[in-house]
Write a new protein. Structure first.
Length: 723
């Protein structure tokens, strides 16, 4: 155990300072900007500078809060944990047994003698400056059982913060930002859907004044858990403010017996002095540094759902694969409708065997045809769900994750006419794993679209609430399949973007951001999904002219430009396209392959534009940049603003080109010379400090800019790990 009174962790421009006070849990003096090398005397002075008044003028309050604030410390907000013994609230008295600290990580071990509990808290500043906290409770052999109500990670933020950014939404309109004043007292946002949900808060981000993309300090928290979660803020009059998060547990869900332990979900804390762009940049850097982060080029995808829906027939789908290959598609994904008796959404979930009435020779010929055309083959599954009208449900009604008698109730809730399969049941787990494993191996499947189309309602496993056990089983199932098929990639889809979190992204390779392919809606869905996920992980497809989710009609160029902002693809019957459209799609495919090394490795910036109708996103990588400029409504002014592009090298000159392969954006009144000519050359200092006069675009229009520093020819053909 360290003999120091302080632990100073620092890496990647972020610092955390802990104060050790005897055998009490360490207090957090600072989390935020780096402090540089500091002596113990400096840290003592910091402690004194932040201390409360000295006796006798003291307050009965937690002046500096610990890594797990408790009521017994004088903290009057929401405790860091809630425990019960024999149904009665238990107040732990933690005594530190060990503190093991390095340059950027620390582990604190503390014991509660009254309960036999041991608490382990690990805190580490990882790549990009993301601070990860994980807690673990262990109960000694022979100790009386302890129920865990919650176990949440918290960190303090400066008392001057006064604004809170969080999110809500709905199906096909996920990730809607909600900006509020930081509320007083102890407050929580919770998800109780068995998945984060389309209205998921995603993160809690606090700031002085409204958080901005381009600058200012922000402090945020995100729980890396794919089921029910709590995000919390504590703004008290007698303590520093806190933000925190953790898994939401139902009463009685986790009861430790002697010798058992509970590991809480990891929680990410992100500080940035560069606003929301800096926040996103830290998380993107962390994700891209993981060994499992996709290193190969993100394929151009065709998903068949909006092309054929349930009308699956071999000949048209073979022809669709041919057309896709001709255009330049690299991954062909067969969506819902391929398995036993699945002609609509009322039946057959859980029966993962090919329907031979539709596919008399199985899926082998289609998979072989796709592979022969040089494309990967992907398949849709919904492994966590079951239809009552299925062979599985008839054979094993006890495998459903529902309260006994729930299905007998006259108002029993289904969702999309389906129920939840209890994957924590060993038999159900093996059934799904083995059926999926067999098809992956037989067909050479490279990609799975893993869907999850309903909330969990009254989930029960072995007589207790079953949400935690279900999510742990889902994680285990994905790990099992990837271990058996190391090259397999999996997309997390949950009726769109209802499960977009860093817990699922530890295992999956892509997220389907939304079931909406309406590009106007997608502009903001993808923008805010990007707060956590870099563009190469965000599925962004081109749908038909009339969006199936909104009925809105948009131009092809607008849909294509929006798709370029992520992991691009099509959700469209390409056989219905006329020759002119087909030629544009082929040009788009070539453009995507040229620009993806920039978009999928670059830093993401959001240039500041006053008019709320504008959306601009810049991707900067090395000597090149891609900027996508769009409108979502009519502009306020006849003469538009200037576009200032952040992050460029001020001492270099850049060739700026309008990439018109996808078609032209429509405009009125003002179209500056550089835009109509399609090209200009300017110093980086001018592009950043002065900017480009924008054309007066009509509503729902977009164009793509490609910037290359002088000396870069023809666009990059290769970046390590990406082409």
């Amino acid at each position: 155990m360290t003999t120091r009174r302080h632990v100073h962790l620092e890496a990647h421009g972020v610092a955390v300072v802990l104060e050790l006070d005897g055998d009490r849990l360490p207090a957090v003096l600072h989390w935020g900007r780096a402090l540089g090398p500091r002596s113990e005397a400096d840290l003592e002075a910091l402690s004194a500078a932040l201390s409360r008044q000295t006796p006798p003028g003291t307050l009965d309050a937690a002046w500096q809060v610990s890594l797990s604030p408790q009521e017994g410390d004088g903290f009057t907000g929401r405790p860091g944990m809630e425990l019960r013994r024999r149904g009665v609230l238990h107040h732990p008295r933690w005594r530190v047994a060990e503190v093991d600290a390095g340059d950027a990580e620390v582990t604190v071990v503390a014991d509660d003698a009254a309960s036999g509990l041991r608490l382990r808290i690990g805190l580490a500043i990882e790549t990009g400056g993301v601070v990860w906290v994980q807690q673990r409770l262990e109960l000694a052999e022979g100790a009386e059982p302890v129920e865990i109500g919650w176990l949440e990670a918290t960190m303090p933020v400066p008392a001057g913060v006064d604004a809170l950014l969080t999110f809500d939404g709905r199906w096909t309109r996920e990730k809607r930002p909600v900006a509020l004043g930081l509320p007083p007292g102890a407050t929580v946002r919770q998800s109780r859907r068995g998945r984060p949900g389309h209205d998921a808060p995603i993160a809690a981000i606090v700031s002085r004044g409204t958080a901005r993309w381009g600058g200012g300090e922000v402090w945020g928290v995100h729980p890396a858990w794919s089921s029910d979660v709590t995000l919390r803020t504590d703004r008290l009059t007698d303590a520093v403010p806190l933000i925190g998060a953790g898994e939401l547990l139902r009463p009685g869900e986790i009861v430790l017996a002697g010798g058992e332990h509970f590991a809480a979900a990891r929680v990410a804390f992100v500080y940035s002095a560069a606003g929301l762009d800096g926040f996103a940049g830290r998380v993107h850097t962390w994700l891209r540094a993981r060994p499992q982060h996709p290193r190969t080029p993100r394929p151009l995808v065709l998903n068949t759902w909006e092309a054929v829906y349930f009308d699956q027939r071999p000949e048209p789908l073979m022809a669709l694969a041919d057309r896709a290959a001709e255009i330049g598609v690299e991954r062909f994904v067969l969506d819902d409708g391929w398995f036993h008796r699945r002609r609509d959404d009322s039946t057959s979930l859980g029966d993962w065997v090919v329907d031979r009435t539709v596919w008399p020779d199985g899926l082998g010929p289609l998979a072989a045809h796709v592979h022969a055309r040089g494309m990967q083959f992907g398949l849709w599954f919904e492994p966590e769900m079951v239809s009552l009208d299925s062979d599985l449900a008839r054979a094993h009604p006890d495998w459903l994750l529902h309260e006994p008698g729930h299905l007998d109730h006259p108002e029993a809730l289904s969702w999309r006419q389906q129920y939840v399969l209890n994957l924590a049941h060993p038999g159900a787990f093996a059934h799904v794993r083995d059926q999926m494993d067999a098809l992956i191996g037989e067909l050479g499947i490279e990609f799975i679209k893993w869907d999850h189309n309903r909330d969990l309602v009254e989930s029960v496993h072995e007589g207790r609430p079953g949400g935690h056990a279900q999510m742990a089983a889902v994680y285990r199932l994905i790990r099992d399949l990837k271990k058996r098929h190391p090259l397999l990639e999996i997309e997390s889809c949950s009726s769109g973007g209802a499960r977009t979190d860093l817990g699922m992204l530890e295992l999956c390779d892509r997220v389907w951001a939304s079931d909406s392919n309406d590009p106007l809606e997608r502009q903001d869905i993808q923008r805010w999904t990007g707060l956590l996920l870099p563009p190469e992980l965000v599925g962004a497809h081109v749908g038909p002219t009339d969006a199936h989710s909104s009925g809105r009609r948009t131009t092809l160029s607008y849909r294509l430009a929006t798709s370029l902002m992520g992991s691009a693809g099509f959700e469209w019957d390409l056989l219905s396209c006329d020759p002119e459209e087909t030629a544009v799609l082929a040009r788009f495919a070539a453009l995507y392959k040229q620009l993806r090394p920039i978009v999928h490795t670059g830093q993401v910036h959001h240039p500041v534009l006053r008019d709320p109708a504008w959306r601009a996103t810049a991707f900067l990588s090395g000597d090149e940049a891609v900027v996508i400029v769009a409108t979502v409504a009519s502009l306020e002014d006849a003469r538009a603003e200037r576009l200032q592009i952040p992050g460029l090298d001020g001492d270099r000159r850049y060739r700026v080109r309008v990439r018109r392969e996808i078609g032209d954006a429509a405009y009125g009144w003002v179209a500056p010379e550089w835009f109509t000519a399609g090209e200009t050359v300017l110093p980086g200092a001018v592009l950043t400090g002065v900017g480009l006069q924008l054309p007066t675009l009509w509503p729902a229009q977009a164009f793509v800019l490609h910037l290359q520093a002088e000396g870069v020819r023809g666009g990059r053909s290769h970046v390590p790990g990406v082409s």
